[in-house]
Write a protein that binds this ligand. Structure first.
Ligand SMILES: Cc1ncc(C[n+]2csc(CCOP(=O)(O)OP(=O)(O)O)c2C)c(N)n1
Ligand SMILES: [Mg+2]
Length: 326
């Protein structure tokens, strides 16, 4: 089994850089949204970084992921360009999707990022399709489907579990259980109570993992991805974590207990836990991590400045990059 403690210094720095980039990116978008510069709806991934990064560490560009409405973290972890993403979220012409996707539809097929998605649970069939394609074309690629606890109850996800099993697809289902679907608690909404058992019902090996612990996510996901890659079929990872912001920007969060998020931030923050672990074990030192923090801050500040400076699509762009030629 892959041990996170065997990751190279460069890999550990990459993992920390990606997690820090997601946090900085999301915190900055929170601020910019408040200032009114970002159009549309935005769902932030802050707090959930160790999941996207812990999983995507074992993927390369030949592997595919399907994402969700809360997709910025998956994009960063899969290697999408941060400035292109920022421009996309600001709706600008030279954004990753020419400003036509926005926050909920960022995609970069060259990176195997098949798209954020406004339809909950819609990533299941997409990931199965990518996995079927990899299997038939013998690319050696695998597909990962990210989805939330609420989305785990959608029919399309349950059908995907079944199809992936009977077709023995190289796919890993990663449920990001942040405790809520909008305002509905997952402790109430998941019939039978256990997503691990639900996976078992479809014949999928399944495991629950602490989503604040990068090392735990990395190890569990690496084993499932390796399993898929070597032809042994699909599996399911139930990741328990917390989102730091509301369901969407502007959510008053009246359904959350006072202090709920502050407690996670002070006791189980994924970046703090990572820092503690690598310093304790002597894998990296505080100076290494401080340097990454500084570098990432610069990257995100520059991305925001570039996004603000770039232009909006024009009327002439309206019919470009659509499926039909007019
Ligand atoms: C098919 C469908 N039904 C309902 C919605 C509205 N909706 C958007 S996000 C969401 C909750 C999703 O919760 P979860 O899957 O737990 O993801 P989280 O937001 O917690 O990351 C709902 C109901 C939708 N986008 N698509
Ligand atoms: Mg949720």
């Amino acid at each position: 089994m892959a041990s996170a403690l065997q990751l190279s210094r460069d890999d550990l720095l990459k993992a920390y850089r990606d997690m820090r980039t997601i946090r900085e990116f999301e915190d900055s978008i929170h601020d910019e949204f408040g200032l009114g510069g970002i159009p549309g709806f935005v769902h932030l991934y802050a707090g959930e970084e160790a999941c996207a990064v812990g999983v995507c560490m074992s993927l390369t560009d030949r592997d595919a992921i399907s994402s969700t409405h809360r997709g910025h973290g998956h994009c960063v972890a899969k290697g999408c360009d941060v400035e292109g993403m920022m421009k996309e979220i600001f709706g600008k012409r030279d954004g990753l999707c020419q400003g036509k996707g926005g926050s909920m539809h960022i995609a970069d097929l060259s990176k195997g990022m098949l798209g954020a998605n406004g339809i909950t649970g819609a990533g299941g069939p997409i990931a199965c399709g990518a996995a079927l394609s990899a299997k038939l074309l013998k690319t050696g690629g695998v597909a990962v489907c990210f989805y939330g606890d609420g989305s785990s109850n959608q029919g399309a996800i349950l059908e995907s579990y079944n199809l992936s099993k009977i077709w023995n697809l190289p796919v890993v289902f990663v449920v990001e259980d942040n405790g809520y679907a909008e305002a509905t608690a997952s402790s109430w909404s998941i019939g039978g109570g256990s997503l691990v058992k639900r996976g078992g019902g479809f014949g999928l090996p399944a495991e629950e993992v602490d989503g604040h612990d990068f090392f735990a996510v990395y190890e569990a996901a690496a084993a499932m991805i390796e399993r898929a890659r070597s032809g042994q079929g699909p599996s399911l990872l139930h990741v328990k974590l917390a989102r730091y912001y509301g369901h969407f920007e502007g959510d008053a969060q009246t359904y959350r207990a006072p202090g709920e998020v502050d407690k996670v931030k002070s006791e189980r923050d994924s970046l703090d836990l990572f820092r503690q672990r690598v310093i304790e074990t002597g894998l990296l030192n505080g100076g290494d991590l401080d340097a990454v923090d500084k570098e990432v801050e610069g990257t995100v500040v520059a991305a925001i400045a570039a996004a603000k400076a770039s232009s909006l699509p024009t009327e002439a762009d309206l019919l470009t990059n659509v499926y039909v030629s007019y």
